[in-house]
Write a protein that binds this ligand. Structure first.
Ligand SMILES: [Zn+2]
Length: 237
């Protein structure tokens, strides 16, 4: 099991860790700051330092059941269990992922339809909504999105249990995504405050600490992808 430091502090850019598992050119550490590909957000890249070698991390992937995180090294490269490594993520790219990912939460809060898909990139992002044609007004959405960004709402995370959720059924009505039950613990990402809530939903991704950090964005297109599917594509303005 890999301790996922990016869940508590997505701003940590470097780490010292120990190799705990090896499979061909992929390695696991006791703890990591590298986000693993999931929820439409790409895995982190970066650099490892072992003895006097520099080894790139090409991407990062989840193992079985999300408990393990595999760092993918170049073909033919490997490490040994017990190796002490230091490393850093490609922060410039990751920070763009954090900004775009947080922006997709804001988009989600402005649109009534269920989210059926999405993806986060360094320069653009998109969400698919289960909505009929003509349900979204592009200019109106751009204005509302940038207003939420400019308002600089705080972004925070909290953990609740399945039992907490059962005891507070109201909570689920404020969420646009139903949390996965059964694992015992659910991580919620809150934008805004209890009194002035913008968005609250279960998410294991990385986010900026306040919406102002996203910066201005634009909607590049709203496409009709089937009778009940509207695809909204975003880019940094
Ligand atoms: Zn998220």
């Amino acid at each position: 099991m890999t301790a996922k430091l990016f869940l508590e502090n997505p701003y940590q850019t470097s780490i010292d860790a120990v190799v705990t598992a090896v499979s061909e050119n992929t390695v696991q550490f006791d703890k990591t700051i590298f986000y693993a590909t999931s929820g439409g957000q790409p895995g982190d890249t970066g650099m490892l330092h072992v003895a006097n070698q520099n080894i790139p991390v090409v991407t990062t992937k989840k193992g079985e059941g999300f408990e393990d995180i595999w760092h993918v090294l170049p073909e033919g490269t490997s490490l040994n269990i017990g190796d002490a490594v230091s490393g850093e993520i490609d922060w410039e790219t990751r920070h763009k992922h954090m900004r775009m990912h947080t922006c997709l939460h804001l988009l989600c809060s402005l649109v009534v339809g269920d989210v059926t898909g999405g993806s986060v990139g360094a320069d653009k992002g998109r969400l698919d909504f289960n909505l009929p044609a003509g349900a979204l007004d592009k200019d109106d959405l751009i204005a509302k999105l940038n207003a939420l960004i400019k308002a600089d709402h705080p972004v925070s995370t909290e953990w609740i249990t399945d039992a907490d959720l059962d005891a507070n059924p109201n909570l689920i009505r404020t969420m646009s995504v139903k949390p996965p039950m059964g694992s015992g613990k659910i991580r919620l990402v809150r934008i805004g405050t209890r009194e002035n809530l913008v968005d609250l939903q279960p998410c294991g991704g990385t986010h900026v600490k306040s919406t102002g950090e996203i910066g201005p964005v634009t909607i590049t297109k709203i496409e009709n992808k089937g009778a009940q599917n509207r695809r909204v594509s975003l880019a940094f303005a």
